[in-house]
Ligand binder design. Structure first.
Ligand code: B12
Ligand code: SF4
Length: 501
């Protein structure tokens, strides 16, 4: 094959509706790899289907096509690949799904890159340039040779994140529609929540970019807001503080949001800096308001810490998006409703109640597969909105119904009205008047904007959850036919390594 001159990278659209449908965002792997290839003189473009449909005339003139996968987008990735392969163009997969399902991926494409892809992809392109002779020495690569699937040895993770170029989001077709600037400052997470695939993919050792590089990248972006993609933005509070101070001093303090853990909020100095640097919303994985379920998830947090976090964040004018995962082994209808009540009692601003999803690469996946409790391997249903396994103490149908019930309860018309004219509204107007009296115009404007947004999200949540439910009707009906309870007495609990040993 001739030299690789043109590469197209594709992020397939997620199936159906999901809680983020209104705010499409690209993952950053493709824009980082796109920047690397562009720097090597390769003609690169990225199709992120959420922003632009795939132009096959363009794609089919590529020398190599790279497709990114999460579990729920894998079936679409494979469909796209079939079409490209028919035209004789080699396809390489990567991403958090195929990393743990490389055997499956190579049935649909030529190559599969496991784990972080930057160096593996460039080595693959070098090998293709040289006639694809020496594939076996490329760490992290899987491929088929003479009918046999070869998995080369794993590649270590990228150690120096500053050595990578900034993700070039302008390579994404339709990038002008990206309304929030996506920035990632670290990789890896020291925790090990049993439902999460981040640690399997990016490891438990945290790797950080330098704060200068982060702020430099932020200053190149035109969007009016920033979303930090880090799995846990406060892995090292000292570094986070230094980053926020630098953002303020360099004028990179556009309104920002990030994912954090509830227990980090206890550091008041940090939260004051959050406020000062224009943090407007934080995404917190509370997961459950049931202590036993928290233990099962290996969350290492208490319900008390969660409640305290919401209170402190609200005192500082920061919106809280609460993320809950329902369907643990311990979960019953009562424990699930406890989480819903917690969210309403503490006036969490927006929420998502996702059904526990055994993603490949997680402890839950291995254990539920071992116990033959996966109801389907139709990956597009692995989006957190479909129950895809047999829970222990309630039926899959009940769990599916509870997931919708939880969201509908939170995003009810009553709650929307309460937000407009309830006691919280009086607090808002009192605070607003105080800011106006003190001449704090910027703060007052910000408070109004925040309030309007919060209400708009609630109204949106109300509509969205009904759409998701309608789209899922067929699956919910199918679940109604699955036996009510699992009969065998389970001796082990997925996700609890010590029990399973
Ligand atoms: C930003 C983000 C989002 C955004 C944007 C999502 C999107 N466009 O898919 C939002 C907030 C909308 C979101 C929503 C959801 N997300 Co999300 N999200 C992330 C997050 C935090 C960062 C993504 C990112 O940019 N990572 C950094 C870059 C560098 O990594 P990367 O893109 O994966 O690329 C690297 C490798 O994967 C590989 N690679 C990737 N693609 C390719 C392609 C080729 C050809 C090659 C060679 C290599 C390669 O090389 C890259 C460079 O090292 C990740 C966690 C994480 N740390 O990655 C979760 C993550 C991707 N999300 C996840 C999930 C489950 C969801 C939700 C289903 C659930 C939810 N929490 O609501 C929804 C689904 C929505 C949807 N779009 O489908 C899972 C996916 C796991 C899986 N197996 O499917 C992750 C991994 C987190 C987790 N808990 O495990 N998410
Ligand atoms: S859920 Fe969050 S805290 Fe837990 S392992 Fe995943 S990224 Fe880390």
């Amino acid at each position: 094959m001739a030299r690789v001159r043109k590469v197209t990278l594709i992020e397939p659209r997620p199936p159906g509706y999901h809680v983020y449908s209104l705010f499409p965002l690209p993952r950053l792997g493709l824009p980082i790899m796109g920047a690397i290839l562009k720097n090597r003189g390769i003609d690169v473009s990225i199709y992120c289907q959420d922003f632009h449909p795939i132009d096959y005339d363009d794609v089919l003139s590529s020398d190599l096509v790279g497709i990114s996968t999460t579990t729920s987008t894998a079936p679409e990735a494979y469909r796209i690949a079939e079409r490209i392969k028919q035209a004789g163009i080699p396809v390489v997969f990567g991403g958090p799904h195929v990393t743990f399902a490389a055997d499956e991926a190579v049935e649909h494409g030529d190559y599969c890159v496991r784990g972080e892809g930057e160096y593996t992809l460039t080595e693959l392109i070098d090998a293709i340039d040289e006639g694809a002779g020496d594939l076996r020495s490329i760490k992290g690569l899987s491929f088929k040779s003479g009918g046999e699937v070869i998995h080369n040895e794993d590649r270590g993770r990228v150690t120096d994140l500053d050595a990578l170029p900034f993700p070039d989001i302008s390579l994404i077709k339709g990038s002008e529609r990206i309304s929030i600037s996506p920035i990632i400052t670290s990789r890896g997470c020291p925790y090990d929540c049993s439902f999460c695939s981040v640690t399997g993919m990016f490891g438990r050792a945290c790797r950080y970019r330098s704060i200068d590089s982060v702020v430099e990248e932020m200053l190149t972006r035109e969007q009016k807001m920033t979303f930090f993609y880090d799995d846990n933005f406060v892995m090292d509070p000292r570094r986070t503080k230094a980053l926020l101070e630098l953002m303020i001093s360099k004028g990179a303090d556009k309104p920002w949001s990030a994912q954090i853990r509830a227990d980090t909020v206890r550091d008041r100095e940090l939260i004051k800096l959050f406020q000062k640097s224009n943090c407007w919303v934080v995404y917190i994985g509370f997961e459950s308001a049931d202590e036993e379920t928290l233990k099962e998830y290996n969350k290492r947090e208490t319900v008390e810490e969660m409640a305290e976090a919401v209170c402190i964040l609200h005192e500082h004018g920061i919106i809280v998006h609460g993320m809950f995962v329902i369907g643990a082994e311990n979960d019953t209808t009562q424990s699930i409703r406890k989480s819903v009540n917690f969210a309403m009692k503490h006036q969490i601003d927006t929420v998502q109640f996702m059904a526990l999803t055994p993603l490949p690469g997680t402890a839950y996946y291995h254990e539920l597969e071992r116990q033959d409790r996966l109801l389907t391997r139709d990956w597009q249903l692995y989006d957190g909105h479909h129950v895809v396994y047999q829970p222990r103490d309630i039926s899959p149908y009940e769990l599916q119904r509870e997931a919708f019930r939880a969201m509908k309860c939170f995003y009810s018309i009553r709650e929307c009205i309460r937000m407009l004219i309830g006691p919280d509204s009086f607090r808002f107007f009192a605070k607003l008047n105080l800011n106006l009296l003190r001449g704090k115009w910027k703060r007052a404007r910000w408070e109004i904007e925040r309030r309007v947004r919060r209400w708009a999200y609630s109204a949106y949540g109300h509509i969205l959850i009904r759409r998701v439910e309608a789209a899922n009707r067929e699956w919910t009906q199918a679940l109604a036919k699955v036996p009510q309870r699992i009969r065998e007495t389970l001796k082990t609990t997925p996700g609890k390594a010590e029990d399973n040993a």
